[in-house]
Structures are given as C-alpha cells and as structure tokens.
Design a protein around this ligand. Structure first.
Ligand SMILES: Nc1ncnc2c1ncn2[C@@H]1O[C@H](COP(=O)(O)OP(=O)(O)OP(=O)(O)O)[C@@H](O)[C@H]1O
Length: 315
C-alpha cells in the first residue's frame, strides 16, 4: 500500500507536484497516467526517497521508504533504466546489487530467467538496446521479491512481445497480492493492463477511479440515430438543450441524451427512427477530455506549418 498525503514538490518557482493525496492498494494494477511533465516521475521518486518532498508525506506500508529495515525487499522500483554501470554485465550488476542487500545468488538467476535476459546476461550492459535495458531495470526491481513494485514507463522501448510480457508480469504480481504502481502516457496500454487509474496533469490529480468508471464517466453519452425526419427530431430535442450534429441526410449524432430519451422524443413527435446506437467513448477520448486543460506542451503551440503542407488525404 502506498499512501500520499498532500505531497508536494517545487523546483524553484516551478511546482512539479501540487499537494496530491492518493492511495495505491495491493492486489491490483494501478496506472499512473498523465501527459509529459505532469509530475509522474517526480512523484515516484519521492515515494522511494530519491527526491525530498517540499511538503506533505508519502509512505509505503505505513513507513517512509528509508525507514524500512530492508527497503529493496519492501519496494522494487524501475525509475531510470539507463542508471546502470555500463561496463558491467547484467549478471554482475544484479549480483552486486544482491550482495549488498543480503539477497542470495539463486534469486539473481531467477530474475534473469523471469525477464528473459538469459542469452545476454554475461554481456556488457553498455551495449544493451533500450528494451534490454528496461528488462534489466525490471529484473533489478524484482530482485528483493518486493511487496510493492513501482515501474516508471516500463514499456518504453519494448517491442510488442515485450509490451505483452510486461502486461502479464504486472498482472501476475498484482494477483499475488502485491501493490503495483505503473506510470505511462500510453492510454491503449493502460486500458489493457490497469485495474485502477490515477490521472495527473500539471502536478494535480484529475481523476482517481477504476478504469471502467473513467471511461463511463468522462465520455458524454453520444448516440447515432438514423431517421427519415431528422429536422423534426432535432427540433424536438433542441428544446431540451441537447446537441445534435447531422452527419448525413438521415444520420444524426446526438450528445447529451440517452437512447430512451431520444426514443421518447421521436415517439411524441411521430418521427420514424430506424437506428439508435449508443456510442461509448474510448479511453483515449476520455483521457483527452480529462487532461485537455492540463497538458503543459500543446501540439498546437508549435509553429504553424506553411499553408498547404501536410494537407494530403483531405477530401
Ligand atoms: N530536477 C528538476 N529541476 C527542475 N524542474 C524539474 C526537475 N525535475 C522535474 N522538473 C519539472 O517538473 C515537472 C514534472 O516533471 P516529471 O518528470 O515528474 O513529469 P512526468 O509526468 O514524469 O513527465 P514525462 O512523462 O515527460 O516523464 C516538469 O515540468 C519538469 O520540467
């Protein structure tokens, strides 16, 4: 269990994390989601004592990270996959870590097997690809067989097989009752991996809920309607403050009214409707709606492309 209370971090005049409170529970995968610069890495670094909070508090299983007698057995973290001595082999790197924490060599072999590093374990880490470096970082995080696992962007640089492997690994760790906290800016990946989401933007928590609730709550109900008399239906619904968009002569997309209300309006006005389809917002749409105001670097802040550039494909 990770518990943050009013946790804050300032760098000079910049507030990276703005008095956030949240709990990461055991037995499920909690995703930590947010745009670039939202404060995810800073928060994770404070959890493991690598950054000192400017305010508030964060504890793992009731104690500050450094107060644990054997922190590596309590919390395993992947924070910066590149922070490894490049001249050592993966095996020697893990062995050195294990030796300083009283972890037996047999565990080193176990995590090498778990992370698929076997074939490259004796090679120098300096020559590792980004994906191999990520696997080594995850192996190091799991070395102490910790109750709590914190992974900052673990799928960064992994190929599709690697992404799937991380997904199975973290779900497996959670099913064993461990606390798993995982950051990403990849919505699609979170939808497949996380049970619960904490969404952060500009250092503040925007949402903290089960993933299903985030999807259901954010996407305003939209319905696709085919009717022989769209004008009449639009008039009937407009009176109730509902927004409609006519996509084709007999096709409407209606926002802000559920299917029952649309059917009632159609019945009351004797309008024939021959399709009524609720449209669910994708996680991507829900995320864009949530973080719309919280993105630090908007793409449209970039200089405009010259007129006509990139316009191919338009109809
Ligand atoms: N050491 C530092 N000194 C000054 N500012 C910092 C420092 N570390 C982070 N920041 C700033 O704090 C904010 C949060 O950064 P952080 O790296 O925690 O975000 P993030 O959500 O992990 O982003 P990303 O997805 O890009 O890694 C950013 O605006 C960043 O520029």
């Amino acid at each position: 269990m990770i518990e943050a209370a009013e946790l804050a971090k300032r760098y000079g005049s910049k507030t990276a994390v703005d008095r956030i409170s949240f709990t990461v529970k055991p037995g499920q995968v909690t995703g930590f989601l947010g745009p670039n610069g939202a404060g995810k890495s800073t928060t994770m670094r404070m959890i493991v004592g690598l950054d000192r909070p400017s305010g508030g508090d964060v504890r793992v299983n009731g104690k500050h990270y450094a107060q644990h007698a054997a922190p590596l057995r309590e919390v395993g973290a992947l924070l910066d996959a590149k922070a490894v001595h490049t001249k050592r082999s993966a095996y020697n790197h893990l062995r050195a870590m294990a030796a300083t924490h009283g972890i037996p060599n047999s565990r080193v072999k176990e995590v090498i097997d778990m992370t698929g590093l076997g074939p490259v374990a004796k090679k120098r880490v300096g020559g590792f690809s980004l994906g191999m470096g990520q696997r080594l970082g995850i192996a190091a995080a799991l070395l102490g067989d910790p109750h709590t696992v914190i992974l900052d962007e673990p799928v960064n640089g992994l190929d599709p097989e690697g992404v799937q492997w991380v997904r199975h690994l973290v779900k497996g760790l959670a099913s064993e009752g461990r606390t798993v906290f995982l950051s990403s800016h990849l919505m699609s990946e979170m939808a497949l991996t996380a049970d619960h989401l904490i969404v952060i933007g500009r250092g503040r928590i925007i949402a903290d809920a089960p993933i299903s609730e985030i999807i259901a709550g954010q996407g305003q109900s939209r319905t696709r309607v085919r009717t022989e008399n769209p004008g009449e239906l639009v008039r009937a619904l407009a009176a109730d403050g509902v927004t409609t968009q006519q996509l084709e002569p007999e096709l409407l997309e209606i926002t802000g009214a559920d299917t029952r209300r649309i059917a009632q309006a159609a019945l009351a006005n004797q309008v024939l409707v021959y399709e009524l389809t609720p449209l669910q917002a994708s996680l991507e749409e829900a995320y864009m709606q949530l973080t719309g105001d919280a993105v630090e670097y908007h793409s449209h802040d970039l200089p405009q492309a010259p007129a006509g550039a990139g316009a191919q494909g338009g109809k």
